[in-house]
Design a protein around this ligand. Sequence first.
Ligand code: NAI
Length: 471
Amino acid sequence: MSDTSSFDLVVIGSGPGGYVGAIKAAQLGLKVAVVEKRQTYGGTCLNVGCIPSKALLHASEMFAEAGHSFADLGIKVSPELDLATMLGHKDKTVKANVDGVAFLFRKNKIEGVAGTGRIVKAGEVEVTGEDGARRTLATKAICIATGSAVAGIPGLDVAFDGETIVSSDHAIALPKVPASMVVVGGGVIGLELGSVWSRLGARVTVVEYLDKILGPMDGEVSAQFQKLLVKQGFTFKLGAKVTAIAKTGSGAAVTFEPAKGGEPETLEAEVVLVATGRRPYTDGLGLDEAGVARDKAGRIEIDAHYQTSVPGIYAIGDVVKGPMLAHKAEDEGIALAEILAGQAGHVNYGVIPSVVYTSPEIASVGKTEEELKADGVEYKVGKFPFMANGRARAMLHTDGFVKVLTDARTDKVLGGHVVGFGAGDMIAEIAVLMEFGGSAEDLARTCHAHPTMSEAVREAAFAAFAKPIHV
Ligand code: NAI
């Protein structure tokens, strides 16, 4: 079957970058189609990434709290795990979210085209459905928003079987709690999903190549967080390069050697989670034939307006440079839609928050101390511990601190880092302040409700330009 329809914009991929960009473009009056090969919209984030992992992180955190801290609050319970129901909660959460995207497409008159998209040339996308039927979409602009896929370990052929040697896709759906788990990679996915299974009873060991966990995060944040995870039962092997993963009779064996050279070691576990990064996903798009250039890391090259090397073909999100974060992709989708509609779309890459949804949460925006040192910037540090925050004490959430980094000459806030309960929400006020070029004094002189965790943000700001009140 051949059918030709024409659009202003065809987006390939319905993850947070693609679907948000499509909605914005439709709102601005463009005729939009979204090509998606999964059964449901929402991409990795909604189907197998951010959303299901957060459902499990929340549920497992409640389980751990019921077992460990409810008694201190005067609540006597003996929690019993019902993993099937917990996984069911995750599945229901995913369904509500992906159905929500389908609803928004209908509401905004966006045409969803089921199948795999291939770019024939600028202005033409061919979609092949599951039954092999082809349809050609003619369009003024094409947006590639195909996201990323599990990268595996460079130089190692990891034999994922989905049960013993797993990626994040499988680690959100293990049918039983493993007695032991080795996590390869101490990045965001390893620590989030490692936390889920650790709280549910698995003995978790993280093997990480670098000398620190959460590589790009502020060094002090990483170090403090690692201590908190050790208290929660995690074991860490840092500076360790994984060189082999092999199935055994009862699980899998992970072999690693000191990154700086030395004797190899082997650890066995019931399940091995490989979380060593993701790669841009552009398979089957026909980029080479269409002449779309990519860099050495496989990312699609774009200009300041998200246009690729081929006029009329654009790319956003995990397939282009920058952090692989859903909200970064969303912002790029909105900016591109605005540009295509003749407006001034723009993303401020200096103010993209980053959150690790562990317990406590880790959140960061702007520069780290290491980056400021490397840039030769004279800076001040304002810090405040949650131990000295009344609300944190009342909730038994005293772990962590807020750290605000400012320009020593102007007091302008250059970075904010929060380790603590609700850090992911608290970071938003530092991001807004930075977006407006605000100073620590601006932040400290903004009245904050009492008693809230956010008072610690204010106190850290006070510490940067004057003195905190409560320490
Ligand atoms: P990552 O890049 O955050 O961490 C991977 C870690 O694996 C690195 O620390 C790296 O040094 C280590 N590694 C690589 N090869 C190794 C080897 N042979 N032996 C030992 N360690 C090795 O990647 P991750 O955690 O897989 O996440 C992928 C992407 O997804 C990231 O960009 C992340 O930001 C994003 N993501 C974000 C989330 C959030 O914002 N909360 C949640 C989940 C993923």
